[in-house]
Ligand binder design. Structure first.
Ligand SMILES: Nc1nc2c(ncn2[C@@H]2O[C@H](COP(=O)(O)OP(=O)(O)OP(=O)(O)O)[C@@H](O)[C@H]2O)c(=O)[nH]1
Ligand SMILES: [Ca+2]
Length: 467
């Protein structure tokens, strides 16, 4: 006689069907209810009105993950045509006008309505008057340095991971900043150079200093002022290529707070500047704009400013990058001696030849590279005391992961509280992981359930036998 197969009873079939329905329902709920929300973005716009230029930066970050896993990134940059904001002092309304091209340019971006609304708001505010915009303020040099440091380390993901940080070197037109974390600095020796941050649960004590008048353009004025103290009509300048010639107006040269008090009493209207192209001689002039002798602290960089020894890696941007990139000197594994040799060779190249070789480069920039290269090397090695070893830890950078290196991103992150003081909670289970776990658990539960319905095990040995 054949025993009835217990797996084919109506009850078992019903239970199996219900079980399958339950699994499907569970998995469906898991998939639908925990579907990631449609990614929404937030936008931030920062206008950087520097001494030599104005630029508009747009940043974007996932709205749901402001200070957790999402990273803000630069989506757009627009350089405003014309000079820096101070060049509009005589006609302020033109400053507002100069921004319009950038805003119009940004509006044309194929982007969501969210950005359109942001732009509308910016446009309305900025259009009314250049000074009615509530969000505009002058950044202190210290903030400029500190936010540059935040940008560099944020983009490198060093803050979130609590890694050793990178210092920041910014060379502008009017001022220059140095910021780094030092084991030998707790702020006690010079409080005004100290900035503290608590980011992602880590405390940072940053050394930072901003040297006003030591940006590339003002440093050049200081150097020229040094050479024109006796009010001469002709100047032989080793910081310009041989054969370079230009007529320079005395009033224009001294029309800056960095040099205005040094204008010679008796001077002609203008002087003739002729390049002689000599790196060593140029360096002597550049050295003369620094004061290395006075220091009331345990150690100083220059002009009596306290500075601990430089420590760790550094990111050098803005004019550091423009100049070193043009001179093919961004590779810092090159020994300092070789860097100097290359600069010596560049400085001594006749002006005609330089112009011939770089026909597309703006003549103003081209003429300045010998001075700028010499200034950068002197500032780094004699000003900040980088040695050949620490120099090799500098990286000349323009962008990090698509975003420009500079203070603007750090400033926006701070303004929008996007970097939390404490470490964020460990990320929740990702969606795919959640679905997989629910599915596996449902199947296992079902198997367990079916097994519990099976005839008891000893039965198995007594399977129906054919007699
Ligand atoms: N060679 C070269 N120089 C540039 C270029 N763009 C800007 N500069 C110069 O580099 C210097 C620094 O530029 P920025 O960082 O824009 O300076 P800034 O923000 O206006 O100046 P600060 O107000 O002092 O911060 C200035 O002297 C600029 O004239 C470029 O593409 N090539
Ligand atoms: Ca700047």
């Amino acid at each position: 006689m054949k025993e009835k197969n217990p797996w084919k009873t109506p009850v078992t079939i019903i239970i199996t069907v219900i079980g399958v329905i339950v699994i499907v329902a569970l998995v469906t709920v898991a998939v639908l209810q925990n579907k990631p929300l449609l990614q929404k973005y937030k936008y931030g716009i920062v206008l950087d009105a520097g001494s030599s230029h104005t630029a508009l930066y747009i940043y974007k970050w996932p709205a749901e993950k402001d200070n957790n896993t999402g990273r803000a990134e630069q989506t757009h940059v627009c350089k405003v045509k014309g000079g820096g904001i101070s060049s509009y002092a005589a006609d302020p309304s033109k400053a507002g006008e100069s921004l319009r091209a950038c805003i119009g340019d940004a509006e044309r971006m194929e982007n969501s309505t969210a950005s359109d609304r942001v732009f509308q708001a910016v446009k309305e505010t900025l259009e009314s008057s250049p000074f009615s915009y509530q969000g505009a303020r002058i950044l202190s040099g210290q903030e400029e340095g500190a936010f540059g440091w935040v940008t560099v380390n944020y983009l490198d993901d060093r803050l979130k991971q609590g890694l050793e940080t990178t210092g920041a070197l910014d060379l502008g037109g009017a001022s220059t900043q140095i910021s780094f974390v030092s084991d030998n600095f707790d702020g006690s020796e010079s409080l005004m150079n100290s900035v503290t941050f608590r980011l992602y649960g880590n405390d940072y004590n940053l050394y930072t200093h901003s040297f006003l008048c030591y940006g590339k353009d003002q440093a050049q004025r200081l150097a020229l002022a040094h050479q024109t103290q006796s009010g001469l009509e002709k100047i032989l300048d080793p910081c310009f290529n041989p054969g370079y010639n230009r007529i320079q107006n005395y009033s224009v040269l001294y029309d800056s707070p960095c040099v205005s008090n040094r204008k010679p009493q008796t001077a002609p209207t203008s002087f003739q500047l002729t390049g002689t192209g000599n790196y060593r001689e140029c360096q002597k002039i550049v050295r003369s704009i620094f004061n290395f002798t006075t220091c009331k602290y345990s150690r100083c960089s220059f002009n009596g400013v306290f500075q601990p020894p430089v420590q760790g890696g550094f990111g050098a941007f803005s004019a550091y990058y423009f100049v070193m990139d043009f001179l093919n000197l961004t590779d810092t594994s090159m020994p300092l001696e070789t860097v100097k040799e290359k600069l010596t060779s560049y400085c001594s190249t006749p002006w005609d030849q330089i112009k011939q070789q770089h026909q597309r480069v703006k003549e103003k920039y081209l003429a300045e590279y010998c001075f700028s290269g010499t200034y950068i090397l002197t500032l780094l090695t004699e000003g900040y005391n980088f040695t050949s070893e620490s120099y090799s830890k500098i990286k000349f950078i323009k962008k990090i992961k698509g975003s420009d290196a500079g203070w603007t991103l750090g400033y926006m992150l701070n303004l929008t509280n996007m970097i939390p003081a404490e470490a964020p909670d460990t990320p929740l289970l990702p969606h795919a992981g959640y679905v997989s776990i629910v599915t596996i658990m449902a199947i296992l539960l079902f198997i367990l359930f079916i097994l519990s319905l099976r005839p008891v095990w000893p039965h198995c040995s007594k399977l129906p036998q054919v007699v």
